[in-house]
Ligand binder design. Structure first.
Ligand SMILES: Nc1ncnc2c1ncn2[C@@H]1O[C@H](COP(=O)(O)OP(=O)(O)OP(=O)(O)O)[C@@H](O)[C@H]1O
Ligand SMILES: [Mg+2]
Length: 227
């Protein structure tokens, strides 16, 4: 099992009393499988994704990657895992403004010591960014910027891609195209995908669905019957 989330608890300090956002969330994600995370605004989707990405710490429970407890790793090992095995795509594209398209795509793979100019060139071509490779983020449209962010997440050949409403800032048609491309690249790379979305329609494109409500997993719709 690639990812095992066990009884995850996260509480934020509120104005009057603490807010229990995650009250014991558990799920598994198999290698190479795509999973959509849905739930109302405020249900804790981004919080859960941040915990899995290691951008925040849980107050209880465990996150196991390949059977290893991420919290029990030393900082070096955890940092290595994040750089090599996890790619992240956010709603706001979070590109480095001072780097051009090619350098943004290469960034994480370089940090992970896995940079391959040939693989990057293929990726940039598949992302439709050949004519934009020397441009800077501010010179790109939203859809182009998000394709760069997807390229950056995938260039290091991660085993898990985490995406938080990756098409949330794009118009419907552009969003649908960007999602198609991301699913295609994730599938080709045999990576697993955990994607937060508000949209039932987009969620339906992924193999599995997980719905958060009241701090817990509400329903778990398993793989589509067709598979
Ligand atoms: N750093 C923080 N400090 C305090 N409260 C927080 C923090 N981050 C999130 N929260 C609270 O936790 C709850 C869940 O937030 P989260 O961002 O995970 O929701 P979400 O499901 O991603 O919502 P949306 O669909 O609107 O993006 C909200 O009530 C939010 O106010
Ligand atoms: Mg969110």
């Amino acid at each position: 099992m690639l990812l095992q989330v066990r009884d995850l608890i996260k509480t934020f300090p509120g104005d009057e009393r603490p807010v229990d956002v995650l009250r014991g969330v558990s799920f598994d994600l198999e290698a190479g499988v795509t999973l959509a995370l849905t739930g109302e605004s405020g249900s804790g989707k981004s919080t859960l994704l941040h915990l899995v990405a290691g951008l925040d710490e849980a107050d209880g429970g465990q996150i196991l990657f390949d059977g290893a407890d991420v919290a029990a790793m030393n900082d070096r090992k955890r940092a290595k895992l994040r750089r090599r095995d996890v790619g992240v795509v956010f709603q706001q594209f979070n590109l480095v403004p001072s780097l051009d398209v090619a350098a943004n795509v290469a960034l994480q793979a370089r940090l992970a010591g896995r940079h391959s100019p040939e693989a990057d060139a293929r990726l940039i071509e598949r992302l439709g960014l050949v004519d934009h490779r020397a441009k800077y983020p501010e010179q790109l449209s939203g859809g182009q910027q998000q394709r760069v962010a997807i390229g950056r997440a995938l260039a290091g050949r991660p085993r898990l891609v985490l995406a938080d409403e990756p098409t949330g800032n794009l118009d419907e048609e552009t969003g649908a195209r960007v999602l198609d491309l991301m699913l295609e690249l994730v599938t080709d790379a045999s990576a697993a995908l955990l994607m937060v979305t508000h949209s039932k329609r987009l969620a339906a494109r992924l193999e599995r669905r997980l719905h958060l409500a009241h701090g817990r997993v509400a329903t778990r719709i398993e793989r589509r019957a067709a598979e």
